[in-house]
Structures are given as structure tokens and as C-alpha cells.
Design a protein around this ligand. Structure first.
Ligand SMILES: *Cc1c(COP(=O)(O)O)cnc(C)c1O
Length: 389
């Protein structure tokens, strides 16, 4: 932690949260993600209340901070891990192996063997080779088949990298059964940052049709993994987490049998609103005197934490010391020498005209997919520092 106390609070009109107050009152010598673990707990309770009988498996990749894993273990959360490293992280914080699912469909055989030895019994797959690997290295394990679903309208859709079609799913279940595994059910991901719970309907229809076909083919399914997709607030209205989760579960319950095990894997929805980044303006410039747009270069960019600005998909909100004054359109860019390191250009960001080099800028609701995306210091810019308050 590099934060040192200094009184900057006078330059910020209002601190609307504990984190904002903390950032305003400290100075930072590099971009820093400030996390409020109480907010993680509040989001957990909020989602849990709406999810009813479904179990939360936190998607660790959204933010693997020790303090988050620690608190979620205390709260009784389960975990979705993608690698040996994430499994070890959860175990080291006291998570029970039975509470960890190995949800990546692309696994290293030695990692499967490690997970099996550690007592993990739930594995995802979407291909015949993967079923064979699991059967060899985790004999007798429970597997769920990840389905390819059509894009639902998410702000961060998950494309075609993961999942398989109905007929292949049925063939994989038969293969799993023949190899001594237990094909327990299905999983899918509706797409990250799915703002409206109504967007789940079509996806759930597709999954329910495959479930029905599997049951008719004689498979005794009792596990539905509804994945992530739970949204965070980035400026466009979203329902309260409890309301959102309850609307999703109403739609699940209308389509799937009573009494089955249901897992939900929120990542973003659990941690995004629990974090804010303290950043700094390095340069404000214009290409020519009559240019309508200013270029604002921050000390954080696409390669040091803000990867989700790719295609301008996730639009973060900025707090500056000059908020409330006149604004003008800005193209926002990161500090690296890579010309791809532009955050927002197609849709410029309105920022105060008095903004200048050296100003502190806070970026709201940055707790998900920022520190975890900035693991290497590209171009000599250090990975995102994390401070827990
Ligand atoms: C990343 C991931 C999640 C979390 O998605 P969010 O949209 O952040 O909630 C859930 N499940 C799986 C399998 C994932 O890979």
C-alpha cells in the first residue's frame, strides 16, 4: 500500500461513499484500487436474499483479493475457480473443497488431478477431450456441461469461446456416464453485465429445452448452474441486487423442476461496486487550437486495469475535483506508448473544462475485472495497487 495521508478532501465537493472519503483524504503515488469489504458483504447479502435456494459460487477471477475471499468464506459463500492458483487461493482462506467448483472448461490435466486430490468433486466441461481428462484425473467426479447460448443483450457478451450445442451436450453426458463420471447437470453464462433480468428469458428457454431433452434421454439431472451476469451500476439504472436475483429465480423456477440444486456464479455483481480507483490526470492537450475535443491522459489505461473499456463496452464514471463546473467532451486515454491504449473516443466523456495535469480522478465501481486484469506491468506501468479499507 502506497497511500499516505494528506488533506485533499477540501477539493472534492462531496464524498458519496466510504471509499470516496478515503480516496479524497489520501494521496497515492500510483493508480490504486480501494476496496470496501463491507460493500462486498452487503452485495452478498443482497444477492443471496433474492437467490432463494440457489448457492452463490463467487467467480474468483472478478477480483481475487485476499480480503474478499476471506470475507466470503466467513459468509458461507461457495467459489467458482478457473485454475489451480484460484483453487489454492480459496483453500488457503479456509474454503471447503466441496464448496469449490472447477468451472473452467479448459483445464490442465495436472490441475484436474490436483483438484481431485484436494477433494474437489465438481467440474465443468464442454468437449469430449475434457470429459476424458476429467475421467482419467478425477475418477467418479460430478460434471456439468456448459451450453453455448445465444447473446442475450449483455454489455459484455461472452461470444462463442465456451459452451457446446444441445446434441453434443447429450453425447458428452453419455460419454461421461460411460467413463464412470456423474453427469449432474448443465451450466451457461447469460453474458456479463446483463442489466435487465428480463434478458434472461430467452437464454433460460434454450437451456430448459436441452435439460428436457437430457431427461428424456434418460439422464438423471439435478444441477443447474446459472453462471454470472449480475450487473453493477455504471451510470445506467439497474435493479437492486435482491430484486434482480429474485426476478432471475422466478424465471428459473418457472422452467426447471423443483428440488434441483441451483448454483449462481456472480463476479461483477458481487464486487464491482465495492471498489473505486484513485487515478491522476497526467496531461490534457488539444491536437490543434480549434479542436473541439481535449485529450485527457490518465495514469491508468487499458493495460493497467481498465481492460473492460475494450470496444468502449464498460463505461466507467469519473469523479473530479471540479465536478459541478462547466464540462466539455474529452477523449480519454491511458499512459502507455501503445496507440490502442485509448479508453473512450467513439463516445467521448464530458469532463470539467478546468481539469488539468495533476488532478486526482476517482473512477467509480471498479471492483471487478480491474486488478485481476492488470497482472503484468506493461510498458513499465505497474499493475494496479490494491488497498482494503
Ligand atoms: C467470469 C465467470 C463468471 C462471472 O461472470 P460475471 O458476469 O462477472 O458475474 C461466472 N461464471 C463463469 C464460468 C465465469 O467464467
Amino acid at each position: 500500500m502506497n497511500a499516505t495521508i494528506a488533506d485533499f478532501s477540501a477539493s472534492f465537493p462531496v464524498a458519496s461513499s466510504r471509499i470516496e472519503g478515503f480516496i479524497a483524504a489520501h494521496s497515492f503515488d500510483r493508480p490504486t484500487l480501494v476496496l470496501d469489504i463491507e460493500r462486498v458483504e452487503a452485495q452478498y447479502h443482497g444477492l443471496n436474499a433474492g437467490l432463494g435456494n440457489a448457492t452463490i459460487h463467487y467467480a474468483v477471477k472478478a477480483n481475487p483479493a485476499d480480503a474478499i475471499i476471506d470475507r466470503l468464506v466467513d459468509l458461507g459463500s461457495h467459489f467458482d475457480a478457473a485454475s489451480r492458483g484460484e483453487i489454492e487461493l480459496c483453500l488457503s482462506h479456509g474454503a471447503h473443497p466441496q464448496a469449490i467448483s472447477f468451472g473452467n472448461t479448459v483445464k490442465r490435466p495436472s490441475d484436474i488431478a490436483f483438484a481431485h486430490r484436494a477433494g474437489i468433486t465438481m467440474f465443468a466441461a464442454d468437449a469430449a477431450e475434457e470429459i476424458a481428462k476429467i475421467a482419467e484425473h478425477a475418477p467418479g467426479a460430478e460434471v456439468y456441461i456448459r451450453l453455448l447460448v445465444e447473446a442475450s443483450g449483455a454489455d459484455w457478451p461472452l461470444t462463442r469461446k465456451f459452451g457446446t450445442t444441445r446434441d453434443t451436450a447429450l453425447a458428452l453426458m453419455a460419454q461421461a456416464r460411460d467413463l464412470g463420471l456423474r453427469p449432474a447437470g448443465l451450466s451457461f453464462h447469460v453474458g456479463s453485465q446483463t442489466r435487465d433480468p428480463a434478458m434472461w428469458g430467452d437464454t433460460l428457454d434454450q437451456v430448459a429445452a436441452v435439460w428436457q431433452a437430457a431427461v428424456e434421454a434418460g439422464f438423471d439431472l439435478d444441477l443447474l448452474n446459472i453462471g454470472g451476469g449480475f450487473p453493477a451500476f455504471y451510470g445506467e439504472a439497474i435493479p437492486h441486487p435482491t430484486v434482480y436475483a429474485a426476478r432471475v429465480m422466478e424465471q428459473v423456477n418457472a422452467r426447471f423442476p423443483e428440488g434441483i440444486r441451483i448454483m449462481a456464479e456472480p463476479g461483477r455483481g458481487l464486487v464491482a461496486e465495492a471498489g473505486m480507483i484513485a487515478a491522476e490526470v497526467l496531461l490534457v492537450s488539444k491536437k490543434s487550437e480549434d479542436d473541439l475535443h481535449r485529450w485527457v491522459y490518465l495514469d491508468i489505461g487499458k493495460f493497467s486495469g481498465l481492460a473492460e473499456t475494450m470496444d468502449e463496452a464498460i463505461r466507467y464514471q469519473f469523479v473530479t475535483p471540479h465536478d459541478g463546473e462547466a464540462t466539455g467532451p474529452c477523449i480519454l486515454a491511458g499512459p502507455s506508448c501503445d496507440s490502442a491504449d485509448v479508453l473512450y473516443e467513439k463516445r467521448p466523456v464530458a469532463l470539467p473544462v478546468s481539469l488539468k495535469s495533476g488532478d486526482k480522478v476517482m473512477i467509480r465501481n471498479c471492483g471487478a475485472y480491474t486488478s485481476s486484469y492488470s497482472s503484468v506491468g506493461f510498458n513499465g506501468f505497474p499493475p494496479l495497487d490494491v488497498v482494503v479499507i
